[in-house]
Design a protein around this ligand. Structure first.
Ligand SMILES: *Cc1c(COP(=O)(O)O)cnc(C)c1O
Length: 394
């Protein structure tokens, strides 16, 4: 798919504009996405049917293979990512598991970073070994660690996430993209495609839980992977059988979310910057992790590869477990719920929720303390959020 270009100047359109123009077919005059709930489409002839069943680009055969609404969402994401193709999935985990099991074989080796979404980590740690796939975990903040762990001829995938759960560590995309051999996959969920495009750094596959910022309204469970036609064709062969295909209704909401992604992430980043600065100067707060703060150890790297620092903040309260629990239970504008990237500002206390199964030393290794809070900044007025945070810290 050719990139949209500015009509009056020989330069590509800004990603915020692409997010609004992309994923529309030339013959559709409807501005809102058209919903095709149909599971199947009429086949005009036996010869056409044979072609429709095997062509990865086919949009009207059977919805597990392809669907016009889902394809429109995929086209939009591919254009934003600067990719040849994209495939949508029923969730971020649907995308990740299809990439892992679609591209690896028994005896394959994966290099993954230690700082990962808990679901991804569990998949790699508990399930890959069941299928004879070995995984080596490395520190994602060390640019040399990924390359050093590659076993030539055996390492099939390198899996990274940036910014990463839970402490917003940044992976150097240029360094990762320069490693030859394995397929380099980046989970870019915390930095949606209007602010970070991994493929422009030499990464092979960019992956999102579109349940989060891309969908943006907490009403669509959706995942998406973008990359070259060759890689996506390889992935497609497994993905149509894996069955984690995106539902047309969710893809429609994904497209709806994409139209406002640019302005939402701008607002969330601006509010997050204010909140992070307030938290950093507050006596009850021991430490703030936010890529837009000068105190973030990778501030310069984040600035180089992300147009904005995003809407997520992780911070540690001095008062430990009791303070952490009290904070999340006393917020009034913010709400206690898991997930991120939506209109509502959400707070979570990882030690008692998402990471409750970990042992104390495992918790410490992931950077989660008893007083750690994760904040996904939403779209409320920043003054209300600041007042709510200050009140809850008291
Ligand atoms: C939420 C999330 C996932 C999983 O996505 P689902 O849509 O919940 O399956 C994967 N990676 C990251 C970074 C996430 O935040």
């Amino acid at each position: 798919m050719s990139a949209d270009r500015h009509p009056a100047a020989d330069r590509p359109l800004h990603p915020d504009t692409v997010a609004i123009r992309s994923g529309r077919s030339d013959d559709d005059t409807s501005l809102a996405p058209a919903l095709f709930p149909s599971t199947t489409f009429k086949t005009p002839s036996v010869d056409e049917g044979r072609r429709m069943a095997t062509d990865r680009g086919e949009r009207r055969f059977y919805t597990r293979y392809g669907n016009p609404t889902v394809s429109a969402f995929e086209d939009a994401i591919a254009e934003l990512e600067g990719a040849e193709a994209a495939r949508a999935f029923s969730s971020g985990m649907g995308a990740i598991s299809s990439v892992v099991f679609g591209l690896c074989d028994q005896g394959s080796h994966i290099v993954a970073q230690r700082q990962l979404y808990a679901g991804t980590q569990l998949l790699l740690q508990a399930h890959c070994p069941r299928f004879g796939i070995d995984v080596t975990f490395v520190d994602g903040t060390d640019p040399a660690a990924f390359a050093a762990a590659v076993v030539p001829g055996r390492t099939q995938l390198i899996l990274a996430e940036t910014p990463a759960n839970p402490c917003l560590d940044i992976v150097d995309l240029d360094a990762l993209g320069s490693i030859a051999g394995p397929v380099k996959v980046v989970d870019s969920t915390f930095a949606p495609p209007t602010i970070q495009q991994p493929l422009t750094h030499g990464i092979d596959l960019s992956l999102h839980s579109a349940t989060k910022a891309i969908g943006g309204h907490n009403d669509a469970t959706l995942g998406v992977v973008s990359g070259s036609n060759d890689l996506l064709a390889w992935l497609w062969n497994y993905a149509v059988l894996h069955g984690a295909n995106a539902a047309p209704f969710d893809a429609m909401n994904g497209l709806r979310g994409l139209r406002t992604l640019g302005v939402r992430i701008e607002r969330q980043s601006a509010s997050a910057q204010c909140l992070a600065e307030m938290l950093e100067s507050h006596p009850e707060v021991a430490r703030v992790h936010y890529p837009g703060l000068l105190s973030h150890p990778q501030y310069d790297l984040a600035k180089r590869q992300m147009a904005l620092p995003g809407g997520l903040i992780t911070f540690d309260l001095r008062g430990g477990l009791e303070a952490g629990q009290r904070f999340v239970e006393s917020v009034q504008v913010m709400q206690m719920a898991t997930s991120l990237g939506g209109p509502e500002t959400l707070v979570t206390h990882p030690a008692t929720t998402t990471h409750v199964g970990l042992l104390p030393d495992e918790l410490e290794a992931t950077g989660i303390g008893p007083g750690t809070i994760r904040l996904s900044v939403g779209l409320e007025h920043v003054d209300d959020l600041l007042a709510d945070a200050e009140h809850s810290l008291r």
